[in-house]
Design a protein around this ligand. Sequence first.
Ligand code: PLP
Length: 378
Amino acid sequence: MKQFETRAIHAGQPPDPTTGSVITPIYQTSTFKQESVGQSKGYEYSRSGNPSRAALEKCLASLEGGEYGLGFSSGMAAIDAVVHLLEPGDHLLAVNDLYGGTYRLFESVYAQLGIEFSYGSAADPESFVEQIKPNTKMVWLETPTNPLLHLCDIEELSRLAKARNPEVLVAVDNTFATPYLQRPLEMGADIVQHSTTKYLSGHSDVIGGAIVTDIPRVAEQLGFFQNAIGAVPAPFDCFLVLRGIKTLAVRMDRHSANALQIAEHLQEQPGIQQVNYPGLPSHPQYELGIRQMRSAGGMVSFIVEGGAAAAKQLAEATVVFTLAESLGGVESLIEVPAAMTHASTAGSGMEVDPALIRLSVGLEGVEDLIDDLNQALA
Ligand SMILES: Cc1ncc(COP(=O)(O)O)c(C=O)c1O
């Protein structure tokens, strides 16, 4: 098998056989001419399949080390398809520090339809899997978690969950790490899900999602939902994600390097209570991060002294860091999760500290980023 960087540029994307176009064309068409009734060249209608999407799906499957890739119109649409694998009466056990939109989908959409959800800390894998019940059909992990940057031991949790019930599917939201830093299928997970909106596309100019799995039955069901529900990505969006993926490896190396320098710097500043970054030796799961991830990624969060008001003031005072939701683009972003990305966890018992700040560390010059945080802190 070719190296990751080579697959990122070439997997699923041979030069176009009809024109020689080096880049996979944007097949901006809703439908395809049939040779005769019911006989196509492999594509009939772009909700069911489109060559731009197929290239992206093959590339993502290759990068995650899986057999089957599926593209979606957003990360949430991908998560929605995964939850559709469950039936009323089934139970999903999730890590308790997860993206607010995922929590909202579970509680405000699927709980109403009879699927049962519960949440627990995965810091101690043994006690987490004790919450698996006879009707538990899925374990949902996010690692590193959003916004606290906790890690889940994918290998240990997958092993323990399957020992309890071999039918449990382990799904991992790999958005923060990307397959360059961490490949959950190689560690025993069954399903990997992405918001391709983030690092995979990498330039904050597209919304997209994806799933990769190795299990034919699961891939077939997910493919059915992808077509039947129809939350598919547009051909142009597939092109944007594919273009981003070509530079994923070099971007992630720099995101991690910049984030580490910033985390180390923040740790030494007065007025900051706690810095969460898996690449810091002070992180309680530093050793697990070294085992499980190539490097610690571009996300950093920290708590400022002075509560919500101080967090708001700091987030509004940066100049190079833009105050915005989302993450994973080349430009640095700053936000206050309790009031922004994680507002939907209010009243859930899983609220985040109102003084928590989350950084998506971009690819600007790191000295400029540090100077910007210094002037905002001052
Ligand atoms: C970890 C994680 N998963 C899923 C999503 C949802 O993805 P999308 O916004 O592409 O629907 C997000 C979005 O912020 C996220 O951060």
